[in-house]
Structures are given as structure tokens and as C-alpha cells.
Write a protein that binds this ligand. Structure first.
Ligand code: ATP
Ligand code: MG
Ligand code: FE
Length: 338
């Protein structure tokens, strides 16, 4: 089974062909990072314009690399939401046109289901499974009893982890996107500032990162007021230590409570070296199988959308040409859609 995946929810225009839900045949990503850098973030209008310019090229490239004609595909899977509405619509309309022209079914994929299913491209999923989702817009612990069944057991009450990384990076004067910059500074740092941990209520699997962000801003401000010299590496390391400790501790507790067979990490922040090392060590000690995809499959891509689309296809899920972009789409089980 060959599925063409299309992803345009934010600032990556991506298309990919995945075979049997697990084998990447092609994976093309056109990033807009260079252009978004000038504005210190993603400007929706500019993102949409880039998608329009890139989408056809990217889809053609994905097919060319795969060496397949459209007729050899079984379905088109496209990110239906959540994301920027103008950006989503470009991928969705391209998918609709492609599906209609080639007589293929179309499947709408939740972007976060995609991040989770990036893991299927690496190893089979084993249930019950705990997914640690840490991305630009989401920080969630999701329990899965079977394919397509998502139960939210905790989420951020304010900023997402990636959002916190990007905001703190901006405070430190680092270029967009800030996550990789902080990661690098933290790894090279020879010390760290102590920042608080947001544990919330003892039995809660929720997260909060806005207090930590404020602590960083206040620390820097107060130090500058006193004429002190700011050490960005120490701040980056201290900030990252707080994020990583809370994420690792809560994920480990959840994995034990729900007695999962496998833990996976997903989303752009799962590319973080410090977080990967911490999770790997914690789960290794408890002898709970833990996996995180290579960095290129953690950040936005279309192979993950094709992978989730493949699992949906096998479950008999089909969309139709009335599909619309869903900017605030909730992660609901696709089992209930049938
Ligand atoms: P969402 O998936 O929630 O809709 P998004 O698609 O914009 O949001 P992703 O592309 O999954 O988010 O991830 C981008 C985020 O990951 C950015 O906030 C970026 O700073 C962060 N990020 C990328 N690499 C790293 C890293 N090495 N360390 C920390 N954060 C990182
Ligand atoms: Mg992105
Ligand atoms: Fe994403």
C-alpha cells in the first residue's frame, strides 16, 4: 500500500510517499525557516504564500523520488488540522485536486496523530503505549490502547514546550527557531542558573511553562538592573534542566501507572538532545522500552502524515472532497469516526 502524505499546517511544505505504513519511499520538506527568521517567527500570510509556491513542486518531487505515478498510489493523506487555517487549506486543496484528478481516496490526518505515527516508521507500535508529545503548539501525554485510540492524560495549561523554548530564546536574543539554539547552548554550558519546576498538583499529569518563562525574564532583568553580566548559556542550561526534569518525571510516572508496553516521544522538541538523553536514561533504568525518531522525523514532515494516514486507511477511514481545514481540531480517536 502506497500513501502520499501532504503537510502544510505551519511553516514546512512537505510531501512524502510511505509504503505499508512503515517504509519511507520519499520524504520532501521545503522549510521556510530562512524567511521566517527575518520576522522572528511564523507570519501566517507569508507562510501561506510560501506553501502556494512550493506545494506542487514538493508533491511532484515526492512522486519522482518514489518513482511512482499517481495511479500507483492507494490514497492521499493530508493534515486536516490543527494549524494555521490559510496554511492548512493549501495542503488540503492540493490533496483534493490530486485525489480527484487521480480517482484516489482522501484521508484527513490530525497533525499530532502524525507526530505520534512518525514512530511507526522506526518500529512497530506496542500497546498500551504512552506518547510524550512535545512540539511548538502542544505538550501532552497521550495513552493509546490500540491504533487510532487516543486518551489525553495530561497537557499544558499555558505555553507548549516548544513555545517556551522559542520565547526564552527570543529573550536571550537568539534567532528563530529558538529550540535548537537553546539546546546547543545548554549542551556546551559549564554551569546553570536554578529555575523552578512546575509540578502542579501531586497527582496531575498537566504541565505549565509560562511561570518558568517569567522566571527567566525576571532573572535576566534583575541581573541587568544590578549591572550584572548575563551568561546566556547558564540561563539556557537552567531553563532546559527544568523543562527536561518535569517532562521526564511525569512521563515516567504515567508509564508506570498505566503499565504501558512502550513509550514514544514525538514532536519538534523531541529533537532536543537533553530531553532525549534524560528520557532514554530514565526509561532504560526502569526497563520500559522507549523510542524517539531521528530528528528529521520529530520536526514537521509529511512521512509522519502518510504513516498515520496508512493506519487510518487500514482501519477503513476515508474522507471526502468536502474536507475543510480545522485550525483547532481536537485529537479524537479515529475509531469513533467510522
Ligand atoms: P505543533 O506540532 O504543535 O502543531 P509545530 O508543528 O509548529 O507545532 P513542530 O514543528 O513539531 O511544531 O516543532 C517545532 C518546535 O520544536 C519549535 O518550537 C522549535 O523551537 C522546537 N524545537 C526544534 N528543535 C528543538 C531542539 N533541539 N530543542 C528544543 N526545541 C526544539
Ligand atoms: Mg515548523
Ligand atoms: Fe508539528
Amino acid at each position: 500500500i502506497y500513501i502520499l502524505g501532504i503537510e502544510t499546517s505551519c511553516d514546512e511544505t512537505a510531501a512524502s510517499v510511505v509504503k505499508n505504513g512503515k517504509e519511507i519511499v520519499s520524504n520532501v520538506v521545503a522549510s521556510q525557516i530562512m524567511s521566517q527568521k527575518r520576522f522572528g517567527g511564523v507570519v501566517p500570510e507569508i507562510a501561506s504564500r510560501h506553501h502556494v509556491e512550493q506545494i506542487t513542486i514538493v508533491i511532484e518531487e515526492a512522486l519522482a523520488v518514489a518513482g511512482l505515478t499517481p495511479k500507483e498510489l492507494d490514497a492521499v493523506a493530508v493534515t486536516e488540522g490543527p494549524g494555521l487555517i490559510g496554511a492548512l487549506l493549501i495542503g488540503i486543496n492540493a490533496a483534493k485536486a490530486f485525489a480527484f484528478a487521480n480517482g484516489l481516496p482522501i484521508i484527513g490526518v490530525h497533525h499530532i496523530a502524525g507526530h505520534i505515527y512518525a514512530n511507526m516508521l522506526m518500529q512497530p507500535m506496542e500497546f498500551p503505549l504512552l506518547a510524550i508529545i512535545v512540539s511548538g503548539g502542544h505538550t501532552e501525554l497521550v495513552l493509546m490502547e490500540e491504533h487510532g485510540a487516543f486518551t489525553l492524560i495530561g497537557e499544558t495549561r499555558d505555553d507548549a514546550a516548544g513555545e517556551a523554548y522559542d520565547k526564552v530564546a527570543r529573550v536571550l536574543g537568539l534567532p528563530y527557531p529558538g529550540g535548537p539554539q537553546i539546546d546547543k547552548l545548554a549542551a556546551e554550558s559549564d554551569g546553570q542558573v536554578e529555575f523552578p519546576r512546575a509540578w502542579l498538583e501531586p497527582d496531575s499529569y498537566d504541565f505549565s511553562f509560562s511561570g518558568l518563562k517569567s522566571s527567566v525574564i525576571n532573572y535576566k532583568h534583575n541581573l541587568e538592573q544590578r549591572g550584572g553580566k548575563v551568561n546566556p548559556a547558564h540561563i539556557a542550561a537552567g531553563f532546559q534542566a527544568s523543562v527536561v526534569e518535569v517532562l521526564t518525571t511525569k512521563a515516567l510516572k504515567a508509564a508506570k501507572e498505566f503499565q504501558v508496553k512502550q513509550v514514544i516521544a514525538a514532536g519538534g522538541v523531541a529533537a532536543n538532545k537533553g530531553l532525549r538523553a534524560s528520557l532514554e536514561e530514565a526509561f532504560h533504568q526502569e526497563e520500559i522500552p522507549f523510542y524517539v525518531p531521528p530528528i528529521s522525523l520529530c520536526t514537521d514532515n509529511a512521512a509522519m502524515i502518510a504513516a498515520a494516514g496508512s493506519a487510518m486507511f487500514l482501519d477503513g477511514i476515508r474522507g471526502n472532497l468536502a474536507m475543510n481545514g480545522k485550525p483547532g481540531m481536537p485529537l479524537v480517536s479515529w475509531k469513533s469516526e467510522k
